[in-house]
Design a protein around this ligand. Structure first.
Ligand code: SAJ
Length: 420
């Protein structure tokens, strides 16, 4: 059966671009989100998140009548669940949004429907969701009960798009399709082929769940290695950026870059899902998380050392010293401040420093509430001219355009090696 109507539950950073991609292929798409503001914004042909090129696609889709948003689920032939899966205080995955989404569509299901879970999930989550659905709909059969002959097909297909490049990667990246049965995998592949130019690679649900966690954990471990090298090199008086460049000339070495820490809502979260389920076996993954999470405090210590030198050399008092923090976002050239180590560091400095703390962030117009009253948001030029100490936290293109020689300050902490 082909998919006349596709429903996407959760219209955030993944759900909305996915809904828009189906609608752009002239499929009738029903977007569902509990956030009334998001639903109203989308129905006006606008977007409530920042992602290059998404606004144009959503506008065209809504104007053409292919995309419509609702706060409650509607009937469809395929349901994609793309809601958040955060962790709780003890780093245990929180599946409550996934389960609530499943419960909300359960009454609407009919024979032949396909359900795909896209949210990053611990292994077994798809099976758990299927059990919940089966408990609510005894009149239908599910893959765990009837295998290939089930009324409902269910698959886990993780998203793997990079924020900032979502509209390109959504179409081009290969897709891992973990069906609970082969029929579920084949039908899920058929669904994604509506817009996908990359390949659909079929596996089972548990392997697909683990694959997503593995990809982000691999990146976290590699960044932790780079961050650990930055600690070692600081002790040894070696330039870590030069060192990594040199090592990466080896044909089988590819070290990522150190930075102020690991931010965003994926790489700093997903490895904990593996740790939660396999605490004894995941020593490296756990340590990598701790190494990356320790980086912001190390950066603040570096600033404290530099400030001490500055005071000794200039004879000034600490409250006369101006510190400029360059960058607040969690990575370059975006406006996303979620789980940003740069924000964490800036807040720690502003709380402790008795002098002025400036912030330069070309991608925002207003300071976030946590920094209001603590810092001043100023331009790159004013910060570069007036600061005593410069702290580079994000390698935005505007900062990379400044040549190292143009920095007149003697006291610079450069967490991204931009002005090395
Ligand atoms: N970072 C470094 N050094 C590096 C690379 C990144 O410190 O060499 C830092 C960044 O500054 C940032 C954090 O890591 O704070 C994460 O940034 P990122 O660009 O590595 O990743 P995200 O979180 O934007 O997106 C990741 C991607 N995963 C992988 O590349 C394996 C993306 O493909 C996933 O879809 C996304 O997580 C997700 O949603 O899971």
């Amino acid at each position: 059966m082909s998919f006349e109507t596709i429903s996407v539950i959760g219209l955030g950073y993944i759900g909305l671009p996915t809904a828009a991609a189906f609608a752009a292929r002239q499929k009738k798409v029903i977007g569902v989100d509990v956030n009334q503001h998001a639903v109203d914004t989308i129905n006006q042909g606008k977007i409530h998140i920042v992602e290059p090129d998404l606004d144009k696609t959503v506008k065209t889709d809504v104007e053409a009548g292919y995309l419509k948003a609702f706060t409650t689920p509607q009937r469809a032939d395929a349901f994609l669940i793309a809601v958040p899966t955060p962790f709780k205080d003890d780093h245990q995955p929180d599946l409550s949004y996934v389960m609530a989404a499943a419960e909300s569509i359960a009454p609407l299901l009919k024979k032949g429907d396909l359900i795909i879970l896209e949210s990053t999930s611990p292994t077994g989550a798809t099976e758990q969701m299927a059990q919940r659905l089966a408990a609510m709909r005894a009149d239908l059969t599910f893959p765990q009960q009837q295998g290939e002959n089930s009324d409902i097909d269910i698959a886990y297909c993780p998203e793997r798009v990079l924020p900032g490049k979502v509209m390109v990667e959504l179409i081009k990246n290969d897709r891992v399709i973990g069906g609970m049965t082969m029929k579920s995998s084949q039908r899920a592949s058929e669904l994604y082929r509506i817009f996908l130019t990359g390949e659909c690679v079929i596996t089972n649900a548990k392997t697909a769940e683990m694959c997503k966690l593995t990809e982000n954990s691999f990146r976290d471990v590699n960044i932790a290695f780079a961050n650990e090298l930055s600690f070692i090199c600081a002790e040894q008086g070696i330039n870590v950026w030069e060192l990594i460049n040199l090592a990466n000339r080896h044909p089988r070495v590819n070290i990522l870059q150190p930075g102020p820490g690991v931010g965003g809502h994926c790489i700093a979260v997903d490895p904990w899902f593996i740790v939660a389920q396999n605490p004894k076996q995941s020593r490296l993954i756990q340590t990598a998380r701790l190494v990356n999470d320790s980086k912001p405090i190390w950066v603040v210590d570096q600033v404290k050392k530099v400030l001490a030198d500055c005071l000794t050399e200039t004879g000034k008092r600490a409250n006369e010293i101006k510190i400029s923090c360059f960058g607040l976002t969690f990575k370059p050239d975006i406006d996303d401040l979620r789980e940003s180590p740069a924000m964490q560091i800036t807040k720690m400095i502003a709380d402790w420093h008795t002098g002025t703390t400036y912030v330069v962030e070309p991608n925002i117009n207003e300071l976030p509430n946590v920094l209001k009253g603590l810092c001043q948001l100023i331009s790159t030029e004013v910060a570069a001219a007036n600061a005593d100490i410069i702290l580079l936290l994000v390698d935005h293109k505007q900062f990379k355009a400044i040549k190292g020689e143009q920095i007149r300050q003697k006291w610079v902490v450069d967490t991204k090696g931009v002005w090395r």
